[in-house]
Design a protein around this ligand. Structure first.
Ligand SMILES: *[C@@H]1O[C@H](CO)[C@@H](O)[C@H](O)[C@H]1NC(C)=O
Ligand SMILES: *[C@@H]1O[C@H](CO)[C@@H](O)[C@H](O)[C@H]1NC(C)=O
Ligand SMILES: *[C@@H]1O[C@H](CO)[C@@H](O)[C@H](O)[C@H]1NC(C)=O
Ligand SMILES: *[C@@H]1O[C@H](CO)[C@@H](O)[C@H](O)[C@H]1NC(C)=O
Ligand SMILES: *[C@@H]1O[C@H](CO)[C@@H](O)[C@H](O)[C@H]1NC(C)=O
Ligand SMILES: CC(=O)N[C@H]1CO[C@H](CO)[C@@H](O)[C@@H]1O
Ligand SMILES: [Zn+2]
Length: 458
């Protein structure tokens, strides 16, 4: 905490100067790209030359701590709102709202009431007079608080990355009559799809799809260069979550513990949401002992750190499977070889962030950032007043070229090093002086003199 404050103070020094510059010239446009399901350690496990070249000219955040549940919809909404799922209202891939009695799932997500607890950056930035775009990002085709981005495409898996990118760069360029887009969000579904089908441990399959993803990064860079946008806009490349390897040997069967007549299932794996038909405590007690690799929680006892309690769309009982375990109702069929949704403290659930453009430092890395911190960073880059959110600029500031940031671990190492050298000198000095055969010891006399003169002793 103290370190965070120190860091914030040190980083904040030049903030005012920078804001004056952006006011005069207008901030650079911002492109946010998500490659769904890009687990942080894919960067170490696979070559990814285009992506590595991109962040060597900018900033890499090695791991992002994302939000619980570590699913696609909750995390994509957190990226553009800076809120935990309990505060933005998109809590899982499948939801039930007990007040409106509505059901939400990926194929039925366009009812604005699910999304309108807050508003995404592509709506907020409209109020600063900017044009915005949302290309197939979850929620892009929803009239959130009655507004969409200036340009948007609803999700369509048939449209290639190149086509999506072509539209986005066209929107960003604008034309003679029309001002270009200031903020664009672009979604691509790999490597998530392949991660589910083959599992993240399948190096052959993942190597193939990650080469395609890296080729897409190459396409992005060459398209931005061709259109003259490269170097003029800021680009963020990130993801929503990682992926864990699943196995048919790691199945948890609910029917082994509880007859299905006793509950209604809203969502199943790896985080199950149940509506108990009788007393929640009784049902909970049965599920609590169900399996050593599954935690059961009554809603009121869900741990604070998950930020997953304060919403009517969270059901009375939730079950969380351990990493790599799959919850099924019955049978022994494994639905997917890879999955996500697990506890957001697991490194396998974490994605990464790469940033490049005129506002970012070059060849700079930080090990960790909260994914909710990306929203205040983007608002800062665009000079857009942020909506209330759960993020902070404290750490993310250090990614910016206009900030002077002290490397805190380095500073600590330096201080410790100096102290160490000083102590060694002192010890050596003492050793040397204690070897002196005789005579009064100068230190002792000094000490006595000092005590005698101490005014406090009077
Ligand atoms: C889709 O959502 C609407 C409203 O949220 C609901 O009325 C409808 O039953 C849902 N349809 C399906 C197939 O879940
Ligand atoms: C939503 O926007 C439309 C068109 O701008 C307008 O006619 C309608 O009244 C608005 N609805 C609400 C609930 O604000
Ligand atoms: C924009 O998207 C449409 C529909 O997918 C496509 O036909 C068109 O070629 C795209 N535009 C560019 C410039 O790629
Ligand atoms: C990995 O994926 C490939 C397809 O790319 C498949 O042929 C192979 O059987 C998979 N290996 C394992 C160990 O699952
Ligand atoms: C997250 O931010 C929202 C909006 O400001 C706030 O209502 C909520 O209490 C915050 N959550 C936490 C855990 O601070
Ligand atoms: C604890 C509880 O309510 N158990 C019930 C679960 O459902 C079966 C079948 O309907 C009942 O027999 C149990 O009493
Ligand atoms: Zn997925």
């Amino acid at each position: 905490m103290l370190l965070k404050m120190l860091l914030g103070f040190l980083c904040g020094v030049q903030a005012l100067a920078e804001e004056n510059i952006t006011d005069q010239q207008g901030p650079p446009p911002l492109l946010l790209v998500s490659f769904d399901g890009f687990r942080a350690d894919y960067l170490q496990r696979f070559p990814m030359p285009n992506l590595k070249l991109l962040y060597s000219q900018g900033v890499l955040v090695e791991q992002l701590t994302n939000v619980f549940t570590t699913k696609t919809f909750p995390n994509h909404y957190s990226l553009v709102t800076g809120l935990y799922a309990e505060s933005h209202g998109i809590l899982a891939s499948k939801m039930y709202d007990p007040i409106s009695h509505k059901h939400f799932h990926a194929g039925n997500d366009t009812d604005p009431s699910w999304w309108s607890s807050t508003q995404p950056l592509w709506v907020t930035a409209l109020d600063s007079g900017y044009k915005t775009a949302a290309m197939m990002w979850p929620g892009s085709d929803v009239a959130i608080r009655n507004r969409t981005a200036t340009h948007f495409f609803p999700y369509n898996s048939g449209v290639t990355f190149q086509q999506r990118l072509g539209n986005v760069t066209e929107w960003m360029l604008g034309n003679g009559k029309e001002q270009g887009v200031m903020f664009a969000a672009l979604y691509w579904e790999e490597p998530d799809q392949s991660g589910h089908i083959f599992g993240p441990d399948n190096t052959t399959a993942m190597g193939k799809v990650l080469k395609e993803v890296d080729d897409n990064v190459g396409l992005l860079v060459s398209e931005l260069k061709r259109t003259g946008l490269w170097g003029r806009i800021n680009v963020l490349i990130t993801s929503d979550h990682g992926m864990a390897q699943c196995s048919a040997k790691r199945l948890i069967r609910l029917d082994d513990c509880l007859h299905p007549d006793n509950y209604t299932l809203v969502d199943l794996t790896p985080v199950a949401a149940l509506i108990p038909h009788t007393d929640p405590e009784t049902i909970y007690n049965l599920l609590n002992k169900c399996h050593p690799h599954m935690m059961a929680y009554l809603k009121k006892a869900i741990p604070d750190r998950l930020h997953y309690r304060n919403n009517q769309r969270i059901q009375q009982i939730i079950l969380i499977a351990d990493e790599g375990w799959t919850i099924v109702q019955r049978g022994d069929k494994l639905p997917r070889l890879g999955d996500h949704g697990y506890d957001n403290s697991l490194p396998s659930m974490h994605p990464f962030l790469a940033a490049t453009g005129p506002s970012f430092r070059r060849d700079y890395q930080i090990s960790q950032l909260q994914s909710v911190d990306i929203y205040p960073l983007m608002c800062h880059l665009l000079s857009v007043p942020p909506h209330p959110n759960n993020g902070t600029l404290t750490q993310a500031r250090c990614m910016l070229a206009a900030e002077t940031c002290w490397d805190v671990p380095l500073m600590i190492a330096l201080v410790v090093g100096i102290l160490l050298v000083l102590s060694i000198i002192t010890v050596l000095f003492r050793l040397l002086s204690s070897r002196r055969p005789s005579g009064p010891r100068p230190f002792q006399r000094l000490q006595v003199d000092y005590d005698d003169d101490d005014p406090l002793l009077e």
